[in-house]
Design a protein around this ligand. Sequence first.
Ligand code: SF4
Ligand code: SF4
Length: 393
Amino acid sequence: MQARPRPKTPRRHFLGIARGRPRGYRYFDLLLKHLSGDLARVFDGRLTYPRQLEIHLPADHVRPCNFDCGHCQGRLLERTLAPYEPKALRLFDELEGRIPYHIFGGAYSEPLLNPLLPDFLELTKKQGSFFGIHTNGSLLTRLERERGFLTRLCRIATSPEDYLSVSLDAGRPASHRATKRPPADCFDEIIEGVRLAVRARGRRRRPSIRLCYLLNRTNGSEDELHDAIRLAEELRVDSLRFSIPYDLYGKGFDKVREYKARVEAPEHEHFSRLLARLLSGRRPGRPSVFYIPPDCQDVDRMRFRQCIYCYYQITIGADGFVYRCSSTATPSFKMNRLGELPARREDFERLIRTNEDPSFDPSSCFRAGARCNRMALEVNLEWADLSRPKEKG
Ligand code: SF4
Ligand code: SF4
């Protein structure tokens, strides 16, 4: 029988998974803070709103995204788009800021393609929540020129907790084209968009502006990594995060293990050596340049018996259903649907309660080809460690 988890944060806490990352990327710490340091709230039978609501907007209702990245997590999945926005806006109105963070991204959809994104952002801020946006960045310049999108975004941001995260994945136009497969070259336009965003926020430094860089052999020469870091410094963004792409969702663990041996292990060896001299480490100042190694996404660590990611987030999929987690928010993983998106708070609370289920078995995800993302893996591993019966003596 499992020992009951300790009610408060133990002094010796954490497996040290998050060492070397900026604060906003230490996921178990973030969860703990959300629970006011009180782990006894986990599975205590009472409703606890999760830290964040992830919203996968249904793009422009026609195409999920304007890019075709080889590493896109939606590649093997059903990518249904359902126009659910009016219902979600009504629900947002009723939530009245009960969920502190609203994160706009997608397993397979580009949020800036959705014309109602600014309305969602305005409502998020009006209700006192923070926003996060994950985008490929291709529309930033155009939306700023045509609708003043970035100016508006920076006007409503109230804190560096609000953020704009751009998946750059390249330091030069040629490798951007090869990695992201856009319909037309747009690397320079993305850089211009980031520049406009930094200019629009001015000295207030809010929202935070983050760049992400998935490494491969096309975009990963030493010279290009230097270029990317120089660019991040010159643009004056807050962070630049390097990592190795996950294997695609929708594959069995045996296939993912093959990818781990064929791609992740050698790429990690190569890039961790290459990046060692380039990362910020303990150096103060901006941008924070850091690397998340692939053991943070390792299938062989997905052996826990409970999932507490439900306290971290809940997700509205681009198909108009509410899902247990963002990495399973697709009709390909119907088993993780909690229900159709409701417009009323009481109905949404019922879905949150259903998600907070101590008997939910994570292996039901893994058997279906679904996997935890980095955040989920980290919080679930920490939880498994804390709730494991401790050896006597
Ligand atoms: S930009 Fe994002 S959503 Fe679009 S194809 Fe690439 S990974 Fe997928
Ligand atoms: S994939 Fe992981 S985070 Fe998502 S519901 Fe399953 S166990 Fe939880």
